[in-house]
Ligand binder design. Structure first.
Ligand code: SF4
Length: 118
């Protein structure tokens, strides 16, 4: 179990800078634990429904790249326009490992497409 969490954390860290990891350490750990609880069938039905909805939203988002919220793209959450550079009214992809972030109860999509359900 510890190795699994450690490997998740290492993969996750590749896409985030150190300050992001430090600032979000509780949410990151909670997301990884809930991801494992879901795999083990320990998440409640309500939690699983919300995690599934978050997954669906990310799946249709232009910032999703593989299992990552692409930190090299910016999105306007109103128009859904995507940019390769920072612009007013656009938010940057967070660089998070999505399968864990979606299962972190305290996490919020940087574009505000999901979050605050709990
Ligand atoms: S976290 Fe938000 S911005 Fe990132 S891929 Fe998911 S829906 Fe898109």
């Amino acid at each position: 179990m510890y190795d699994l969490i450690r490997n998740y954390a290492i993969n996750y860290a590749i896409n985030m800078d150190l300050k992001d990891i430090y600032d979000n350490r509780s949410a990151i750990l909670g997301g990884h634990i809930n991801e494992l609880r879901t795999v083990a069938g320990l998440a409640t039905k309500n939690e699983m429904a919300i995690f599934a909805l978050r997954e669906k939203i990310c799946h249709s988002c232009a910032l999703k790249k593989g299992n990552t919220c692409n930190p090299r793209k910016w999105i306007n959450s109103t128009t859904l326009e995507v940019s390769d550079t920072a612009k007013e009214g656009f938010v940057r992809g967070c660089g998070c490992r999505l399968s864990a972030k979606q299962k972190s109860k305290g996490s919020i999509c940087p574009a505000n497409f999901w979050g605050n359900e709990f």
